[in-house]
Write a protein that binds this ligand. Structure first.
Ligand code: SF4
Length: 354
C-alpha cells in the first residue's frame, strides 16, 4: 500500500476542498467563503506535504500565502493572463521560442501545488491542454528540423508529474536529435513534492546528461529535510541544480528572509540563480513589490554572503529576460567608469575605448 512518503500517495491525497484544508490550518468563515469565490476563477490544490508546512494559526504564513486562494485574487483587474505573450511565440504545439538557440517546451499542465502567483495559470490546472501523441510528435518534429535549437527546457506545469516511463521516453526521443546539446527541466517538485525525486527517477534522469534542473524555493520554511534529500539525490545523479525564486510581497520581500533562503539553498547544493520580479499577471497584483525592493535585496546580499549565492534579479518580458542590476556604475567619463563596491567604496576603473 502507498504511504505518505510516496509521491503517488501525495498526489492522490491532494487537498482540494476547504473541509480537507481545515485539517491543516484554521479558517474563519470569511476566509472559507473567499476560497470558494476565488476557486471559481483560479483552481487550486495542495499536496498534504506542502500543507503540513503551513503554520495553522498564521494568516500570513509564507506557505499559506503561496498555496491557499484568497478572495483578493478576484479583485485585480490590473494584469493580463499571458504577460510574456507566450502564446504569440508558438512555432509548434506547446513550444515557446523567444531566443534564437533555445526553446521552452510546456509538456504538462499539472503541478503538485497550484501556486497562487503562477505565471502560467492560464493553462496550469486547466482542462484545455493538448499533449496528445500528435502534439508531441509535431513538437519533436519542429525541434528536429530546427538545427539552431541546442537547448530544450522541459517545463509546464511540471514535467516530473508524469510517470517515470513517460519521462524516460520523452528524454530518449529528445536525445535522438543530435543538435540538442542540453536538456533542462523546470520542476517545483523538490519544493512542493520532494517525494517525487526517487532513486529510480534519478537513475532515469542521469542517462540523459548533460541535463540540468531548475526549481523554485521561495522561502526558508520550504527547506525541509525531505527537500534536502530530494536535492541531494539529484545532485548525486550529477544534475546541476539552480533555483528561480519569485519576489513576492509578504513572503520573501525581506533581505533577512532572502539571505536565509540563498544560504540554505547552497547548503542543499542548489545554486540561487534568479530572483524574478513578479509579473503584472491577473489575480496576483497583491504579490507585486516595487523594483527598489529587489535592488535592496541584492545589495543586502552582495558581499555579505558567498558570491555564487547571490542570484540575478531580473524581469522576464515578451522579448526575453532583462537583469535589473543594482546601481553599480555610479558615473562614467571619457576615460573611466566609477563602480560602487559592496561596502559603498568608489572604484575608478580606466575604460579604454580604442
Ligand atoms: S510550480 Fe510553477 S508552473 Fe506549477 S503552479 Fe507553481 S509556479 Fe505554476
Amino acid at each position: 500500500m502507498e504511504q505518505r512518503d510516496s509521491w503517488k500517495w501525495q498526489v492522490r491525497k491532494s487537498i482540494r476542498s476547504t473541509g480537507e484544508l481545515k485539517e491543516y490550518l484554521h479558517l474563519d468563515s470569511r476566509e472559507e467563503c473567499g476560497i470558494k469565490l476565488a476557486e471559481a476563477e483560479f483552481s487550486w490544490h495542495i499536496t498534504p506535504y506542502y500543507a503540513s508546512l503551513i503554520d495553522p494559526d498564521d494568516r500570513n504564513c509564507p506557505i499559506r500565502l503561496q498555496a491557499v486562494p484568497q478572495e483578493k485574487e478576484l479583485h485585480d483587474n490590473s494584469g493580463v493572463m499571458d504577460p510574456l505573450e507566450e502564446e504569440k511565440h508558438n512555432p509548434a504545439p506547446n513550444i515557446i521560442k523567444v531566443y534564437p538557440d533555445r526553446i521552452a517546451w510546456t509538456i504538462s499542465n499539472i503541478c503538485p501545488v497550484l501556486c497562487r502567483h503562477c505565471l502560467r495559470k492560464r493553462m496550469v490546472g486547466r482542462e484545455h491542454f493538448d499533449f496528445s501523441g500528435e502534439a508531441q510528435k509535431a513538437a519533436l518534429e519542429y525541434i528536429a528540423r530546427t538545427p539552431e535549437i541546442r537547448d530544450v527546457l522541459l517545463t509546464g506545469g511540471d514535467p516530473l508529474m508524469y510517470p517515470d516511463e513517460f519521462i524516460d521516453e520523452i528524454l530518449a526521443r529528445l536525445r535522438t536529435i543530435r543538435h540538442v546539446e542540453i536538456v533542462r527541466i523546470g520542476s517545483r517538485t523538490p519544493c512542493t513534492l520532494p517525494q517525487r525525486i526517487t532513486e529510480k527517477l534519478c537513475r532515469i534522469l542521469k542517462k540523459y546528461h548533460p541535463l540540468w534542473l531548475n526549481t523554485q524555493f521561495n522561502h526558508p520554511k520550504e527547506l525541509t529535510e525531505e527537500a534536502r534529500i530530494a536535492c541531494e539525490r539529484l545532485a548525486n545523479a550529477g544534475i546541476p541544480l539552480g533555483n528561480q525564486s519569485v519576489l513576492l510581497r509578504g513572503i520573501n520581500d525581506d533581505p533577512q528572509v532572502m539571505k536565509a533562503l540563498v544560504q540554505g539553498l547552497v547548503r542543499f547544493r542548489v545554486r540561487p540563480y534568479y530572483i524574478y520580479q513578479a509579473q503584472t499577471l491577473k489575480g496576483t497584483s497583491h504579490f507585486i513589490t516595487p523594483v527598489e525592493k529587489g535592488i535592496e535585496i541584492i545589495q543586502s546580499l552582495r558581499g555579505y554572503t558567498t558570491g555564487f549565492s547571490v542570484p540575478v534579479y531580473l524581469l522576464d518580458t515578451p522579448y526575453g529576460k532583462v537583469p535589473m542590476n543594482p546601481e553599480t556604475i555610479v558615473q562614467r567619463d571619457a576615460g573611466a567608469v566609477y563602480l560602487k563596491t559592496w561596502d559603498g567604496k568608489i572604484w575608478r576603473e580606466p575604460n579604454r575605448r580604442e
